[in-house]
Design a protein. Structure first.
Length: 368
């Protein structure tokens, strides 16, 4: 039996700026989803907010390398997977439940009557276990109809599995070559589709593999090569720089070029600067808070987006009404994310972590 050293289960110190930027990216995604429902891309001031997902992937590669490269062998693949499941899956389940409830009881419309109980149960179970099941026509064949953003969690899990089984053992040179190949594939996808927005639906499923492959490898390489750039830009400056990627002009003619440039070069550069920057004492708490609510916000907001979509379709609100709805909606969703974190996610993760440590101590005692 593999002996579990409980010291390797401890969480390493976080990069505060990176945590803060994770929150900025999550807010960017939520705002993008509001705006894409209400406006065509050319009138959407944050039409590239979806690139936050590529930033997440790159950030994940860096953080996973930092957190596990030097202890995965001692920890073991099984314990690594347990760590990731405890970190990620409680909110996958919560987002699925929330998505099901809002689908069944949406006050603004929707068509739950079109789906039998058996099919809804299957859709829900696939969402809970992150099995892509794009069957709902009225939800544009999203891979996960009850919680659309879960598509990126599916690819995050795939990246984590590949990391634990293969990438952690590869040399820096091999990783670099894989990143170059992935970069070429991303450019091909961008040129073919006119953008790098795919991965979330049935027709663009494999685009998601390309997006996660390059960005995760890039983040991992930043850690492995120690490409950390010391700077005094600060959290505010880096937040502005990240936001510029989301609000850059939308151009059907040039998206195939500008979007890959952002993903291939700009985001890794931001990660390198952010890892080498410490927040001021005044903004440190904001960074920590921003990082903590980012994942709950990302995994709970889309249930509200479907309701907003149905409301918008049936009521056609004017610009003033939209501004009010989106502003209030953003505040309420951040509040809901905080509530979800404190009432559900943190207690569940604490319980599972303590249970895991208890089991580990018991196994050690039995062996001794």
């Amino acid at each position: 039996m593999h002996k579990i050293n409980t010291d390797v289960l401890k969480t390493k110190q976080h990069f505060d700026i990176l945590d803060g930027l994770r929150g900025i990216a999550a807010i960017g995604v939520v705002l993008f989803h509001f705006m894409e429902i209400a406006y065509v891309p050319s009138k959407n001031f944050i039409a590239h907010g979806f690139l936050a997902v590529d930033f997440f992937f790159c950030l994940s590669g860096f953080v996973i390398g930092y957190a596990y490269d030097d202890r995965l062998v001692e920890m073991g693949v099984k314990e690594f997977f347990k760590s990731r499941i405890i970190r990620l899956h409680p909110l996958v389940i919560f987002g699925s439940v929330l998505g099901l409830l809002t689908f069944l009881f949406d006050p603004f419309g929707g068509h739950p009557e079109l789906y039998g109980a058996g099919q809804l149960i299957l859709i829900f179970l696939c969402s809970v276990f992150l099995i892509p099941y794009p069957v709902m026509t009225d939800r544009f064949f999203n891979l996960f109809s009850l919680n659309a953003p879960a598509w990126s969690l599916f690819w995050e899990y795939i990246a984590n599995i590949v990391y634990a089984l293969i990438l952690c053992r590869l040399s820096r040179r091999t990783l670099f070559l894989l990143a170059v190949v992935s970069a070429g594939a991303l450019c091909f996808v961008a040129h073919r589709s006119g953008n790098v927005m795919g991965g979330w639906g049935k027709d663009s499923f494999w685009d998601g593999s390309i997006r996660v492959a390059y960005s995760f490898l890039a983040g991992l390489l930043i850690y492995r090569f120690n490409w950390i750039i010391k700077s005094k830009i600060g959290f505010a400056g880096l937040s502005i720089l990240l936001s510029l990627a989301f609000v850059m002009p939308f151009s059907e003619k040039w998206n195939w070029l500008t979007e890959p440039i952002v993903v291939l070069f700009y985001f890794p550069l931001l990660i390198a600067f952010s890892a080498g920057t410490d927040p001021s004492q005044g903004l440190k708490k904001l960074c920590v808070f921003s990082g903590k609510i980012s994942y709950p916000l990302y995994m709970t907001h889309y249930a509200v987006m479907w309701m907003f979509f149905n409301y918008f379709t049936s009521n056609k609100p004017n610009t003033t009404q939209l501004t009010l709805i989106i502003s209030v909606g953003m505040i309420l969703l951040i509040g809901m994310a905080y509530l979800t974190m404190t009432v559900y996610d943190n207690p569940i993760r604490r319980y599972l972590t303590e249970k895991r440590k208890t089991v580990a101590h018991t196994l050690e005692s039995v062996k001794l």
